[in-house]
Design a protein around this ligand. Structure first.
Ligand code: NI
Length: 170
């Protein structure tokens, strides 16, 4: 299987679908998950969720440094703890080219899920890794970071959103 993903962009309605849990971690699931990494690197991303490539499974990958040892892949993740207060930081998204904006998120999180071998994993993260995990986790529920912008910021990106809508309509 040679998977070449295309990353879906706003306003593709598939980005708004709720993703479903993976029932069984098969070789196919492993391959489809691992193929998210090259798709993410090709666009200089630090995270990519399965629904962004049209695969509506609760799967995402993260790598905030780009180093191979920092690759993280999560299947059926759940955020079991959020703490440390909110902090604001500028985000972007491979599905929203040309848009950036500050989003408030919790500083620390604990995530439970399954790894590619089907083993349960638990991870505590803070800072950028926590932020990236929360951003990707949102994708599994059809939430985009633009939904979390301040009303003023949301107003300021309206023109760019219309441009993306126009490009998609062609
Ligand atoms: Ni994103």
């Amino acid at each position: 299987m040679d998977l070449q993903y295309t990353i879906l962009t706003y306003p593709d309605p598939q980005l708004r679908q709720i993703s479903q849990p993976v029932e069984e971690i098969t070789d196919e699931v492993r391959e489809k998950t691992l193929a998210l990494f090259p798709a993410m690197y090709a666009d200089n991303g630090i995270g990519l969720a399965a629904p962004q490539v049209g695969w509506h499974a609760r799967v995402f990958v993260v790598n905030v440094t780009g180093k191979p040892e920092d690759e993280l892949a999560f299947i059926n993740p759940e955020i079991t703890e959020r703490s440390g207060g909110l902090w604001s930081f500028e985000e972007g998204c491979l599905s929203l080219p040309g848009i950036r904006g500050k989003v408030k998120r919790e500083r620390k999180i604990t995530l439970k899920g399954t790894d590619l071998e089907g083993k349960p994993i638990e991870l505590s993260a803070d800072g950028l890794v926590a932020r990236c995990i929360l951003h990707e986790f949102d994708h599994l529920d059809g939430i985009l970071f633009i939904d979390r912008l301040s009303p003023a910021k949301r107003q300021s990106i309206k023109r760019r959103l219309r441009e993306l809508e126009a490009e998609a309509a062609v």
